[in-house]
Design a protein around this ligand. Structure first.
Ligand code: CU
Length: 636
């Protein structure tokens, strides 16, 4: 290592120490280590890569290491060979033993209790349900949730919706060693990560409408972090329509040594107006759960706290037997989408880019507020893996967990993606494309048909979008692109009863009249990411919304060279217009993420239904979110 490289490495290590100290943006501002004007670490010796680069132009955004570029402007991960390791399938989550609530662990030191509508825990945080400690720390939170002590609103006999759990699960957040690639200096021993049940990505839940489920999430994370992250969590199930106390609000910490109980009623949105289980045209599909701790979402997700959930329709919910997404292993009922026994052909793909330093250690760019991008793209936790496929159709549930990268997908043989779902929602009809963009937090379900290929055929999934910073892609399309995943077609015959149906889930009616219009401007201001000119403030509720109403929101990118993928909790939206024009294709369906491109504005329609309490809206470039691009809203 040259002395210059050493200096760069020292700078990186210093950044790591600052992150290790769990200092927030506010702490850094207070300590005078952060410039309020530029939002970057001040160019004091040893702290700033910009100081090293001798680039003191104050009008530039903070310099962040450019992935794959030599120091001091960039950072290059150690080399890894492609297609060495097989892509792991997501672990299938099982219920607790006997699917019985008695087999749910009550936690440490006797402060917890059996699952129930009301939390049992310790105000000093010595164990049990974190809600009790949270309410002790933040007593004002009690008033924001409909049931005392943040009890489960859809599990109380006096609630308007009563859906006691039928499926019982536990998750444990813990530290473990993960092998991103065995060629990295850490070798096959791996390096420390945090994950649900000690795996990355966390296990795949397969749940069903009409079968409410319960998940107790034990926080077993250590005090000492990974050089980033904090051992307080809040687990959000992205896109789920659910009671606020189970939503994973950033303000509701699950403390280490304690647990948080999540209750998912699994009724279709709008159930109160519709009756029964609700309207199946509101059905969801591909969801994901991830940490959402205030100020630490990006770091904790980067640490590994993320996993997927698939929800299927209630049996027979559609009177028409050729409709419905039932997860049928025989592929004989409903839309007959690819599934197979044990979901062999219904496969989750979690895309995540990472940066390693010269020595191969994980790096998270604390000082960089544009976002975090890395030069290694992983699929289900492996860098450039291969995946053997049978000669038939597969349903791939593609999820981009960011933190900040946008993909533009294409296949090496220029074949098609048959897109059947955008975010959590099956489209009214499949849409066939050769390429599509995927911003952080978006999901796309695609069908790929390998039946036409001879055994041994190799097809590579490429990312064509060039991106050198967390702010946005450069706009340049690479040819052929960065190879991310290789499919290898197996020999042998295989059964395929699945079909590509000509129509899928109809769009629900959106005729509820709009009773309120709101405008939200997402912008950079004084080095912070703000909504309507203000950074997130836990004491400010920016909208109070009457349950059962519909609203039109105009969301605006206030300028600069950034894109913002905006996400509203609890209720998804329909795009009425984008830059004044109607949208089509992949954007005309139900969505829960909308990418606000540079200077864009969009009108979206939302209904606010069924449950009550405190929710958020935020930018899902989670680095922007943590540096305060988020607002609270309350459903009353
Ligand atoms: Cu943003």
């Amino acid at each position: 290592m040259s002395s210059y490289e050493k200096l760069v490495q020292n700078t990186i290590d210093l950044h790591r120490q600052i992150t290790q100290a769990k200092l927030t943006r506010r702490d850094l501002l207070k300590m005078g280590m952060l410039s309020a004007a530029t939002g970057m670490l001040l160019p004091m010796s040893g702290l700033s890569l910009r100081a090293l680069a001798k680039d003191d132009d104050p009008t530039n955004p903070a310099i962040c290491p450019v992935p794959g570029l030599a120091p001091p402007l960039g950072m290059i991960s150690p080399p890894t060979r492609p297609w060495i390791e097989e892509m792991p399938r997501l672990v299938e989550k099982q219920t607790v033993r006997g699917n019985h609530p008695d087999n749910i662990d009550t936690g440490y030191y006797g402060y917890g209790g059996a699952p129930g509508p009301m939390p049992v825990g310790d105000a000093q945080g010595r164990g049990g349900d974190s809600k009790i400690h949270c309410l002790y720390d933040h007593p004002e939170m009690a008033s924001h949730f409909p049931v005392q002590n943040m009890g489960h609103q859809a599990w109380s006999a006096n609630g308007l919706i009563y859906c006691p759990p039928e499926k019982w699960y536990e998750l444990r957040e813990k530290q473990f060693d993960h092998v991103w690639h065995k060629d990295l200096p850490a070798g096959s021993g791996g390096q420390p990560a945090w994950g649900f049940d000690g795996v990355f990505p966390g296990p795949m839940f397969r749940v069903r409408y009409g079968e409410p489920h319960f998940v107790r999430i034990h926080n077993d994370l250590p005090t000492r972090n990974l050089g980033f992250g904090i051992n307080q969590t809040s687990t959000h199930l992205h896109n789920m329509h659910m009671p606020a106390e189970s939503d994973g609000n950033p303000l509701l910490p699950n403390y280490s040594g304690s647990y948080w109980d999540h209750h998912y009623p699994n009724v279709y949105a709008g159930v109160k107006q519709f009756g029964g289980l609700g309207n199946p045209n509101e059905g969801l599909g591909t969801l994901f759960y991830h940490d959402h701790k205030l100020d630490f979402t990006a770091q904790n997700v980067y640490a590994g706290l993320v996993g997927m959930t698939s929800i299927y329709d209630a049996p027979g919910i559609y009177a028409n037997p050729t409709m419905g997404d039932y997860g049928d292993p025989e592929e004989a009922t409903g839309w007959r989408l690819p599934c197979g026994p044990n979901f062999e052909f219904d496969v989750g793909l979690v895309f995540h880019d990472r940066q390693f330093d010269t020595l191969g250690a994980d790096f998270f760019p604390l000082a960089c507020f544009d976002g975090a991008v890395g030069d290694k793209i992983t699929v289900n936790g492996k860098i450039q893996p291969f995946f053997p496929v049978k000669r038939r159709k597969y349903r791939f549930r593609m999820l981009n967990i960011g933190p900040s990268r946008t993909y533009q997908w294409a296949l090496s043989n220029n074949s098609n993606f048959v897109v059947i779902a955008t975010d959590g929602n099956l489209l009214p009809a499949p849409i066939t494309v050769k390429t599509f963009q995927q911003v952080p937090a978006e999901r796309f379900d695609v069908i790929l048909d390998f039946s036409k290929y001879v055994p041994g055929t190799q097809i590579i999934l490429y990312n064509r979008a060039e991106q050198t910073s967390g702010a946005k892609p450069t706009g340049k399309l690479l040819t052929p692109g960065v190879p991310v995943l290789k499919f290898i077609v197996d020999t042998g015959a295989v059964v395929d009863n699945s079909i590509i149906p000509s129509t899928l889930r109809p769009l629900p009616d959106i005729s509820t009249p709009v009773t309120n219009n709101r405008t939200w401007e997402f912008k950079r201001r004084s080095g912070e990411w703000v909504v309507n000119r203000e950074p997130f403030d836990r004491n400010v509720i920016s909208a109070t919304i009457q349950e059962g109403t519909a609203e039109k929101w105009t969301i605006v990118n206030g300028g600069g060279g950034w894109t913002h993928p905006i996400h509203v909790h609890h209720e998804e939206h329909r795009v009425l217009s984008y830059n004044g024009k109607p949208v089509g294709g992949l954007y005309a369906g139900r969505k829960d993420v909308i990418s606000l491109e540079k200077n864009a504005y969009a009108e979206i329609y939302l209904r606010f239904r069924d449950f009550k309490g405190l929710y958020v809206m935020h930018c899902h470039n989670t680095v922007h979110e943590d540096h305060a691009m988020m607002v609270l809203w309350k459903l009353v």
